[in-house]
Ligand binder design. Structure first.
Ligand SMILES: Nc1ncnc2c1ncn2[C@@H]1O[C@H](COP(=O)(O)OP(=O)(O)OP(=O)(O)O)[C@@H](O)[C@H]1O
Length: 253
């Protein structure tokens, strides 16, 4: 008899709420993300995407609801603690240090992920971070830029570096906040291809907030649409594109 195995849920968000005064930025959002999945979260400006991310990542305290990682409650854990449990993120605004080289940025990101205050005060003992940085440089095809200062790179190259930095700790779950924002078409192709490859090769699970519809629809296997703090629709990119409520609330604009 065929057995139906339930997919392993890496992230489970249940009935999450967050209000700012009278504004219900996130208003009862529930969803889960399966291991190895690339989930997209889209929605019009102000629909609550960033607030949702920040509640999941311990940067904001939800007023109600829970967040589970691998079945364990992690609601309100600090970002550094989530980091230690294999959760990584990128930000809408670049987090690279312009005066440091590509390699130094990656090593520093590795130290941050390890939460090593000692390494900040006394310098890195390395702990394999150089080797890991070189692997990331090779994987993200940044070899020709290894010693360049990050501030001298094109915006798209800095976005690639930013993404590479999020993978320094070999995370289990990565939340990507508008990875395609401001990136030109050629670099977009590179970024998408690298994200797909790292998902396939390392089995990392992704949640992606993105405004670029083509990017999100071609990268993600499943998409959630938020509107006014609530889940309006959920499905494959094709299902979401064809959903009249989505067209009305978002795509039709
Ligand atoms: N710190 C805050 N204080 C007050 N209101 C806030 C705060 N952060 C967000 N909001 C409000 O909450 C709602 C959701 O904002 P949020 O930034 O989460 O939306 P978003 O979908 O990420 O928007 P965008 O696509 O423009 O980045 C908006 O009405 C916003 O003005």
């Amino acid at each position: 008899m065929a057995q139906i195995l339930e997919a392993n849920k890496v992230l489970e968000v249940t009935n999450l709420h967050k209000a700012f005064g009278g504004i219900k930025a996130v208003n009862g959002v529930s969803f889960s993300v399966n291991e190895g999945e690339i989930l997209g979260i889209i929605g019009p400006n102000g629909c609550g995407k960033s607030t949702l991310f920040n509640c999941i990542l311990g940067q904001l305290e939800p007023s109600e609801g829970s967040v589970k990682l691998d079945g364990r409650d992690v609601t309100n854990l600090r970002p550094s603690e989530l980091n230690r449990r294999g959760v990584s993120r990128t930000f809408q605004l670049l987090q690279v240090f312009p005066e440091l080289s590509v390699r130094e940025n990656l090593i520093l990101a590795g130290q941050e992920h390890e939460g090593s205050m000692l390494s900040r005060f006394f310098g890195s003992r390395d702990a394999g971070l150089s080797r890991k940085a070189d692997q990331m440089i090779s994987f993200f095809k940044l070899g020709h830029l290894i010693d360049e200062k990050a501030g001298g790179l094109s915006y798209g190259q800095q976005k690639l570096l930013d993404a590479a930095m999020a993978f320094m700790a070999g995370p289990r779950l990565v939340l990507l906040d508008e990875p395609a924002g401001g990136v030109n078409l050629t670099m977009l192709g590179d970024l998408k291809e690298r994200l797909r490859a790292i998902n396939a090769e390392q089995g990392a699970t992704f949640v992606v907030i993105e405004h670029n519809m083509d990017f999100v629809m071609s990268l993600c296997s499943r998409v959630i649409v938020l509107a006014e703090g609530k889940v309006l629709a959920e499905g494959t990119p094709a299902q979401v594109r064809a959903n009249p409520a989505v067209i009305e609330a978002y795509l039709g604009h």
